[in-house]
Design a protein around this ligand. Structure first.
Ligand code: APR
Ligand code: PHB
Length: 394
């Protein structure tokens, strides 16, 4: 079997890349370990930067996002009871974000891939990149008890943090940077009206909280918990009571509670692998980097990599600009490290960790107070939150 680009992983990175390449007539096949339903069962964030939304539209899968997604002009930050709104639109000259769940955009991408008749092999096992430094790399894999070899020009490792692609790069050819945070995010999804029309990030002595949403009838809430907490430790009632303790009184009074549709704890981690390529193997999204969810950058940094590889391969196949291939990692990392820093900064500004000294706590509180007290400070937060423009690739 042969294609031009072999994509490992059918999460948002792999599916969006596949759809964009298809639009440019670049053949690709996706190899995915689990079933489509399993991919869709993962509840993740849902804040799309302008760049991500534009890529979805360019891929021809932006219709439901534009009709069902909510454009948000601002977000709120509450620090020890003081509420400040960040006017994203006003402070960035018109940029906004779209609230649209990752599950929905993944469903849109899956449907578009089926409609376009592209090949996706689900439930494959032992996918393994080979010949990455050769002219003709390939991927071996198994499905239904048979072994296969997929020959290709390039391999896109879109297989997430626990995937095979990053681990296929020799240890002496890759450097990993990591920071673990002593806390986790307990998230709850409920069919209840959002407590506030815009997202509310809360710094509180008891811990971080976030009020988010999926629609006007479906809410997504988070509270910071200890890194060793188990979701079984948190009944719905205990979750709602703790969330109310961390919200400003007027929001706590308005909060509509209800049964959880989903409840899970996500770890807080910063991680980057450099370089994000090895010969003709490229790493995209969670395969190359992880951010703590505070800055809503997980999906958006993945989209940044997809934009870069899609643009490079379009120029390679369309204009013969093969020299761009070696630029992939360098271009990606400039934007990735910016997203990592913002997510790390937001996490330290808005979380109180047991390990944080009283002095450090005062430093973080003073810093976020300064940013929220000045237009310049709010503009910095706004520019980072809506996302910096993608780098032009010539
Ligand atoms: N072979 C084939 N598929 C694999 C393998 C493998 N060895 N290992 C992992 N996969 C699949 C997973 O089953 C998953 O569907 O690769 C996909 C990776 O998807 P994600 O982990 O969602 O990563 P990505 O597509 O980069 O999307 C990043 O998803 O997890 C969120 O917070 C994250 O918003 C971010 C976004
Ligand atoms: C979400 O809606 O799941 C969400 C929103 C903003 C974040 C993280 C998660 O920063």
């Amino acid at each position: 079997m042969k294609t031009q680009v072999a994509i490992i992983g059918a999460g948002p990175s792999g599916l969006l890349l596949g759809q964009l390449l298809h639009k440019r007539g670049i053949k690709n096949i996706i190899l995915e370990r689990v079933t489509p339903d399993y991919v869709l069962s993962r509840i993740r964030a849902g804040i799309l930067e302008q760049g991500f939304a534009d890529l979805m539209r360019e891929a021809g899968v932006g219709a439901r996002m534009d009709s069902d997604g909510e454009v948000h002009d601002g977000v709120e930050i509450v620090v020890n009871g003081r509420r400040e709104r960040i006017d994203l639109k006003g402070l960035t000259g018109g940029d906004t974000v779209i609230v649209y769940g990752q599950t929905e955009l993944t469903r849109d991408l899956m449907d578009a891939r089926v409609d376009s008749g592209q090949t996706t092999h689900y439930e494959v096992s032992n996918a393994q990149p080979h010949g990455m430094l050769e002219e003709q790399p390939y991927v071996t894999y198994e499905k239904d008890g048979k072994s296969y070899k997929l020959e290709c020009d390039y391999i896109a490792g879109c297989d997430g943090f626990h995937g095979v692609s990053r681990k296929s790069i020799p240890e002496d050819c890759i450097t990993e940077y990591e920071q673990l945070y002593p806390g986790g995010w307990l998230g709850l999804l409920s069919d209840t009206p959002p407590v506030n029309p815009e997202l509310v990030y809360v710094r509180h002595a008891r811990g971080f909280a976030l009020c988010s949403l999926r629609s006007q009838t479906r809410s997504r809430y988070y509270i910071q918990v200890n890194k060793d907490d188990k979701v079984e430790d948190w009944s719905d009632d205990r979750f709602w009571a703790e969330l109310k303790r961390r919200l400003p009184d007027d929001l706590a009074e308005k909060l509509v509670t209800g049964p959880s549709l989903e409840k899970s704890i996500a770890p807080m981690r910063s991680f980057v692998a450099e370089p994000m390529q090895y010969g003709r193997l490229f790493l995209l999204g969670d395969a190359a980097h992880i951010v703590p969810p505070t800055g809503a950058k997980g999906l958006n940094t993945a989209a940044s990599d997809v934009y870069t590889l899609y643009t490079i391969l379009t120029k390679v196949y369309g204009e013969g600009k093969t020299e761009l291939v070696e630029k992939y990692s360098e271009i990606c990392l400039r934007r990735i490290w910016n997203g990592e820093r913002f997510s790390w900064w937001m996490s330290n500004m808005l979380h109180t960790f047991e390990e944080t000294s009283d002095f450090e706590d005062k430093m973080y509180t003073s810093e976020i107070d300064y940013y929220l007290s000045s237009e310049a400070g709010k503009r910095v937060i706004a520019e980072q939150y809506v996302g910096l423009p993608f780098e032009e690739i010539k």
